[in-house]
Design a protein. Structure first.
Length: 699
């Protein structure tokens, strides 16, 4: 028996030694990683809100006050006012039409570059418009080119606040868009005074200088650095025990998601995840709608159920040993305890910075403090061979691992991190977020309610870039139409959404609204002057619209955030009132009546402007918001470009503005009436889709 026991102990010792030997020689479990930009919900974001506010003041203030210039330009060129109004209509139309294309550029090159380029373009076109020899020149330069420049200022101003905020998005965007109303209040009277002192040409030249200030505001759009999210395959068994789905079903779901993902293995033993390009690509753009690509959450959660074994096998032992040796030379590990622990990796050259380390509670506040960190991992436990992480609902109670690399002025240090930084920048694609155009409180979204704020929600609405997208970012070559641009255009201009009867009706209503909306801005002051009102007083009619427009945006946002309030009902009532008020605006020529109409009109259109993104999500869903917004910008841009000139033609035919405002009010009223059956149409469409799905499953 003694011999048998000794023999068993000897065998066990040999097995233990063999295990230890294998652990030492084998490479660590690989970590699946990607980059995700998480809004900080504060900090520099409030500076961006202020910059966005000022851009809206300048752009919308100038667009809505063009009517003040009409009389002087028409007299100078000896043309009719409706013909002169085409220049202003093209300006308002093209700054909307340019929206999808500007969004694509901003997605690739960032808000800062896009905004600065647009400011320079718009300022230049305004300056040379002051030298216009004829009205056709003004149409092309001021209207078309100036409108495109304004679009390049407007789109980043709208998107960037949503990119920096989640929890406080409603407040941030509310402050930002009130700049539109403030601009309308102040720009009309200012433009009138400039005309009185410097003529309309001098006024345009001064406006060019004002527009140039948007260069400074756009420069404040500091890029948002993404965080490095990873999940280790070493956690597979542990997460499977916690998952309620049967194993075979989990594996099937994981395989479906991983088929949509591509992976690359780095020498640092990390599997970088990107989206696989769909096979049925748009033939013209060579890219597809964003919803065909997986979200970061889908792929990373799936990876905890099925390992990327093929990618892992490609990492050779030689690479592992080299990596192990390099890490030993270049890094120094310091750990401190903090609920349950925080581990920080620091470059060897900056070990002195350890004195500044602090303890943090692991909660949402920590998630918002990532802005200066290049890598941010949520982890459940520290594996001695590799950093492992668990994502999702565990993020609040698990430990945090941060790779922190302090900035240095050393050129050699900069060059060594250059490739890493370009890879990180590829993770910042604002238009890859499903909710980027949503301007209301995220509490309205089912996705936000189920995930809550922070990393988990962000990953659930962020689509992964493709490997080609990342490669183009790394190479930094000048390309005519890179992947990030083409994919955004394929998303925003996807015409398959036109198959939805709900969207067709909603888009048509928006088209008619925009046809009528710019008419009062263009002709209200001129009609009042023609009916005997003092020109210095008439210009303040536009200011009245701006005041109630600002108030209306705030009030409508507050009302729709209340439980049980329907944004569609509020929108319909507002458009109905606005349409009727416009139609009867000519009943009296008294200043009191005209200012009352201006106030009612400003209040009604504020609801239309502030509720658009909410209505789109309520009617067709969050995933299609970007697609819907792109098409709506096109439709509404065309409507804005043609609405005022068409309405103005009736003034020339009848020698009265009555018919012009009848048409404007009728179009707005019609759009409101068209929106009433939208909820019924939506339910009918959902039932039809469900019926077709059931029939397909049974066949």
């Amino acid at each position: 028996k003694m011999d048998e026991n000794n023999k068993k102990e000897k065998e066990e010792n040999e097995q233990m030694k063999a295990k230890e030997s294998r652990c030492e020689e084998s490479p660590p479990a690989q970590t699946i990683t990607t980059y995700v930009a998480v809004p900080p919900d504060g900090g520099w974001g409030w500076v961006i809100v202020a910059a966005s506010f000022m851009c809206n003041v300048v752009v919308d203030g100038i667009v809505f006050s063009f009517g003040v210039l009409l009389n002087d330009i028409s007299k100078d060129f000896n043309i009719s006012i409706p013909k002169c109004a085409i220049a202003g209509s093209l300006l308002s139309g093209f700054y909307l039409i340019a929206g999808p294309f500007v969004s694509a550029i901003a997605n690739r090159y960032g808000f800062r570059v896009t905004g600065i380029a647009g400011s320079v373009l718009a300022s230049f076109t305004f300056a040379i418009s002051s030298l216009a020899p004829n009205i056709e020149y003004l149409w092309l330069v001021y209207g078309v080119l100036g409108g495109i420049g304004f679009g390049m200022i407007y789109v980043p101003a709208v998107i960037t606040t949503g990119f920096y905020f989640e929890k406080w998005r409603a407040l941030a965007t509310g402050i930002s868009v009130t700049g539109s109303g403030i601009g309308t209040i102040i720009m009309g009277p200012i433009t009138k005074k400039l005309i009185n002192h410097f003529s309309w040409r001098g006024a345009l030249l001064i406006q060019a200088g004002v527009v140039l200030t948007c260069v400074l505001f756009s420069a404040l759009y500091r890029p948002l650095k993404p965080i490095h999210v990873s999940v280790s395959n070493a956690e597979t068994e542990e997460t499977e025990e916690k998952t309620q789905l049967p194993l075979l079903q989990r594996i099937k779901v994981a395989r479906d998601q991983l088929r949509k993902a591509d992976s690359t293995v780095s020498i640092e033993n990390e599997v970088g995840i990107t989206a696989v390009q769909p096979t049925d690509l748009n033939k013209f753009l060579k890219a597809n709608n964003n919803i065909t690509y997986p979200t970061a959450a889908e792929v990373l959660h799936a990876s905890s159920n099925e390992t990327l074994s093929k990618s892992q096998d490609s990492l050779k032992m030689k690479e592992y040993l080299m990596n192990k040796d390099n890490k030993a030379k270049s890094e120094k590990r310091v750990s401190i305890t903090a609920c349950p622990e925080i581990s920080i990796k620091i470059d060897k050259n900056h070990s002195d910075d350890c004195e500044n380390l602090k303890e943090y509670e692991v909660d949402d506040e920590l998630l918002s403090e990532h802005n200066n960190d290049e890598v941010f991992n949520t982890s459940k436990k520290q594996n001695k061979s590799a950093t492992s992480t668990i994502l999702g609902s565990d993020v609040r109670r698990d430990s945090i691992t941060i790779k922190y690399r302090p900035r240095t002025t050393s050129d050699s240090s900069y060059r060594s991190r250059r490739n890493t930084l370009t890879k990180i920048e590829a993770g910042v694609r604002p238009l890859y977020r499903d909710d980027i155009f949503f301007q209301a409180s995220l509490n309205r979204l089912p996705q936000f309610k189920s995930h809550g704020s922070g990393l988990d929600y962000t990953m659930s609405v962020t689509r992964l870039p493709t490997s080609k997208d990342v490669q183009e970012e790394e190479e930094a070559k000048c390309q005519l139409c890179p992947e990030a641009v083409r994919r955004t255009l394929a998303t925003m201009l996807d015409m398959s959404l036109l198959r939805s009867p709900t969207f067709i009706l909603f888009a048509s209503a928006g088209f008619f609204t925009m046809m009528g909306l710019f008419v009062p801005f263009m002709y209200l002051a001129d009609r009042a002057v023609g009916n005997g009102m003092d020109p210095e007083l008439a210009v303040y009619l536009l200011s009245s619209i701006g005041i109630t427009n600002t108030i209306g945006r705030i009030v409508s946002g507050a009302i729709t955030s209340m439980p049980g309030m329907s944004s569609l009902v509020i929108n319909n009532i507002a458009l109905t009132i606005g349409g009727i008020a416009t139609m009867i605006s000519g009943l009296s020529d008294t200043p009191a009546y005209q200012f009352t109409f201006a106030a009612v009109f400003g209040l009604s259109i504020s609801c239309f402007a502030s509720l658009r993104s909410i209505l789109v999500v309520d009617l067709i869903g969050l995933e299609k918001l970007t697609n819907a917004f792109g098409l709506l910008l096109l439709f509404q841009g065309v409507a804005a470009a043609i609405g005022s000139p068409i309405a103005g033609m009736f003034k020339e035919l009848t020698d009265s503005y009555d018919s012009t405002f009848y048409i404007s009010g009728g179009l707005i009223l019609l759009s409101g009436v068209m929106c009433y059956p939208l909820n019924y149409l939506k339910r009918w469409e959902e039932n039809r889709s469900a019926k077709q799905a059931n029939e397909g499953a049974n066949s």
